[in-house]
Ligand binder design. Structure first.
Ligand code: HEC
Length: 115
């Protein structure tokens, strides 16, 4: 009996290991701002990034981006840093200051926080 309990505990620890983050908010539960951010994500970001699953596309998955302690680059996962990445680009990620205005940016950040 004791051994089974231990195995169960180990299995549970494996499933909820230190890299797991809470799941994204279901799309049906997004508020209007987050919903608009989701639409912008589909238009501007989805070609290069997964949002609701892990794995790289052209860039890293943004699943749990604000729930993890750091961005893929190791920089702090803050609104400021992500805004700067969107506006000014980073390595192979293009700058989008010409197509994303402040309202778009706020909505995108609102959506990214639900992932
Ligand atoms: C043309 C492809 C492309 C598009 C479009 C794109 N990205 Fe990226 N993105 C990348 C690549 C490539 C990286 C990895 C850059 C690196 O660190 O070398 C990246 C990195 C990132 C990072 C992590 C930055 C870090 O410091 O680790 C964030 C956050 C991000 N992108 C958000 C977005 C958002 C939000 C959008 C839409 C507004 C977007 N990206 C659109 C290619 C893209």
């Amino acid at each position: 009996m004791k051994r089974r309990t231990l195995l169960l505990a180990l299995a549970t620890a494996g499933l909820t290991g230190c890299h797991s983050t809470p799941p994204p908010t279901p799309l049906a539960n997004l508020n209007p701002e987050q919903n608009r951010g989701h639409q912008l994500f589909e238009t501007r970001c989805a070609v290069c990034h997964y949002d609701r699953q892990s794995g790289s596309l052209h860039g890293p998955s943004l699943l749990g981006v604000f729930k993890k302690p750091a961005l893929p680059s190791g920089a702090a996962a803050t609104d400021e840093r992500v805004s700067a990445t969107i506006l000014h680009g980073r390595n192979n990620m293009p700058a989008m200051a010409n197509v994303v205005d402040q309202d778009d940016l706020n909505d995108l950040l609102a959506y990214l926080h639900t992932l």
